[in-house]
Design a protein around this ligand. Structure first.
Ligand SMILES: [Zn+2]
Length: 141
């Protein structure tokens, strides 16, 4: 009996750390789903980070299943420009994530880039919310 409780506890721990996908907040009713191991990688990448860093998002429908780091072509303290072709030519390309220090509100540059990109379905902004990395999602209309 005791053994069973212990193994159930570890099964729960395992599920809690690997099995559960994260829903992001969005403006609409449909959240973006991030596979948990992807969320771990992104959280690590964005923890305490101030400079902008983009990742390409891949998956299907509303679920992000993998990411890759595009080649950065230029940066300033708060912006980055990156090479898009290699990501966008993949059939499971969904969009991009990049980071803002605090508010997950797209800048004018973000809005233009997203609006003009027919290959992008989803845009995520990673931001710090009370010290924690959080994600906010935007869908193409
Ligand atoms: Zn931005």
């Amino acid at each position: 009996m005791k053994l069973k409780a212990v193994s159930l506890f570890f099964a729960f721990l395992f599920l809690a750390s690997f099995g559960v996908d994260t829903f992001t907040k969005t403006e609409g009713d449909t959240p973006v789903l991030i596979k948990n191991e992807v969320k771990h990688r992104l959280t690590e990448a964005y923890e305490g980070r101030k400079k902008e860093k983009p990742f390409c998002l891949f998956g299907s429908g509303d679920k992000i299943k993998r990411i890759s780091a595009p080649k950065i072509t230029s940066t300033t303290d708060t912006t980055a420009t990156w090479e898009t072709k290699r990501c966008e030519s993949k059939s499971d390309f969904l969009g991009y994530v990049h980071n803002h220090e605090i508010a997950p509100i797209p800048s004018k540059t973000d809005e233009f880039r997203f609006a003009l990109n027919d290959d992008s379905e989803v845009e995520l902004i990673a931001y710090h919310d009370s010290g924690e990395v959080s994600f906010y999602g935007y869908y193409h209309e």
